[in-house]
Design a protein around this ligand. Structure first.
Ligand code: URP
Ligand code: ZN
Ligand code: ZN
Length: 468
């Protein structure tokens, strides 16, 4: 089946032009001006709309166990919501399971199998860098899992020591894989949390008080130092503040292979949300925490000027009401499951608050939500831009479509949205995944199980230079 997306403003990371995109089967066959449609071809009129490459969300946690509970969104609802929001590829974090990376991978394949609406890959989070786990990294990479994650926080659960970090970074370097870090000093956080609870400070807002920006800045600097000693490329996930940004910028100015991302919530919400009346602030508990508003401008600037290469969601949804969700932390903020939903709302929020306000051009938005992540995470042979031969993952975005964000109508299974009642202008009208319409006119049209596992290529630092 061929589909012609006709007469839109086609956006890539390098610029825009008014034209057409023709897909044939699963891939893009042609990009041009006044392309012809055959009588059997499906034609999608994109006049007045922007045509973007499908977004990639390189940071999600679907069906993830955490602190004795599990996320509200699994692979069915999570990927359905992603499709509705213009995301056509995601890379989720598989957790080391029973000490084994490969068992973790197996478990994550089982979670996604038969449920995913869109294409997906996995990173592997290493929480115990034992000899056995280090040995398993080679098999994981051979299976297309070419990035690993280390948590410098969540003491007693996922956190690893500096020595473990070095071991993983060195092995990842040798295998051509990318190491990612959640950068917060977990020992310091643990100490501050104990102090706060001992003083009777148990409300959600103390989650942020006990994880100040300096804690993130220090861990970011240390991770960069460790990666430098290991001669390994490094990707810092969910950067929230100036203190961390400065460290990344310093490293990049020295020419080190250090990369980073922020997430939409850090650009659009502030720490003030945690002080909502009653226990409502728990809805906004994530780590690192939301920050004071003055951190937002430097984050937007970093997305614009290449200081950060990605803007993901860190989708990690826990219900607000009922058992097994945010209520676990009533009377003790440290027991609130960490994380927020966002997989469905990334594009409308970035368009409304980024593109419409002039903070990002459409091309800059594409760079940080599709092209940059495709490059860094070994997906660029199939995803990340609009060009012949690549997968026909496309978003027709109507810049005038107004949406009121509300949990009542969202595709996600979680029972709230941090953006309840927000009105945004600019949202997907039609979304194609490998040439198939998966979302149109406000409805998800895909089916669970159509998404495919993506074996990802090695990180670019591992690939040979092209001889002159
Ligand atoms: O609060 C968050 N971010 N939860 C998800 C796990 C993580 O740290 O990425
Ligand atoms: Zn994290
Ligand atoms: Zn995360």
């Amino acid at each position: 089946m061929r589909t012609l997306v006709r007469g839109g403003t086609v956006v890539t990371a390098v610029g825009t032009f008014t034209g057409d995109v023709l897909s044939d089967g699963e891939t893009i066959a042609a990009v041009g001006v006044s392309l012809d449609a055959g009588s059997d071809d499906q034609v999608i009129d994109a006049a007045g709309c922007f045509v973007l490459p499908g977004l990639i969300d390189n940071h999600t946690h679907l069906d993830m166990p955490f602190g004795g509970t599990v996320t509200a969104d699994d692979w069915e609802s999570g990927t359905r919501a992603a499709a509705a929001g213009g995301t056509t590829t995601l890379v989720d974090f598989a957790l080391q399971t029973d000490g084994s990376l490969l068992r973790g991978l197996e478990a994550w394949h089982a979670k996604a199998e038969g449920k995913a609406h869109i294409d997906y890959g996995f990173h592997l989070a290493v929480s115990d860098a034992s000899d056995a786990a280090i040995a398993e990294m080679e098999t994981a990479v051979a299976e297309g899992v070419t990035s690993f994650k280390l948590f410098m926080a969540y003491k007693g659960a996922l956190m690893v020591s500096d020595e473990e970090m070095l071991r993983v970074m060195e092995r990842a370097r040798d295998l051509g894989a990318l190491t990612q870090v959640h950068a917060e000093n977990g020992d310091a956080v643990d100490h501050f949390v104990r102090e706060a609870l001992a003083a009777g400070d148990s409300d959600p807002r103390f989650h942020a008080v006990t994880r100040p920006p300096a804690v993130e800045g220090e861990a970011t600097r240390r991770a960069i130092e460790l990666a430098t000693w290991a001669r390994a490329p490094l990707f810092v996930v969910h950067v929230t503040c100036r203190e961390a940004l400065e460290q990344i910028q310093l490293a990049r100015d020295l020419g080190l292979p250090v990369y980073g991302e922020t997430c939409v919530q850090y650009l659009t919400l502030t720490v003030d949300e945690l002080a909502r009346p009653g226990f409502e602030g728990a809805k906004y508990v994530c780590s690192p925490p939301l920050r004071p508003v003055e951190h937002q401008a430097p984050l937007w600037a970093a997305l614009r000027n290449g200081g950060l290469q990605g803007c993901s969601t860190d989708q990690c949804s826990f219900n607000y009401e009922g058992e097994g969700g945010k209520q676990l932390g009533v009377g003790d903020f440290s027991k609130i499951p960490n994380g927020m939903p966002g997989i469905e709302t990334r594009l409308p929020l970035l368009w409304h608050h980024g593109v419409r306000t002039g903070k990002l051009t459409p091309s800059e938005l594409v760079a940080v939500t599709s092209t940059g992540p495709a490059r860094l995470f070994g997906l660029a042979e199939r995803k990340g831009t609009i060009a012949p031969g690549l997968d026909a993952d496309l978003v027709v975005l109507d810049p005038e479509r107004e949406v009121t964000i509300t949990a009542a109508t969202q595709e996600m299974a979680v029972d709230y949205t941090p953006y309840e009642g927000w009105v945004v202008r600019g949202a997907p009208r039609t979304v194609l995944s490998r040439g198939e319409v998966v979302y149109a006119e406000g409805e998800v049209r895909s089916r669970p199980g159509r998404g495919r596992f993506l074996a990802r290529a090695l990180h670019e630092s591992a690939r040979p230079a092209v001889a002159a």
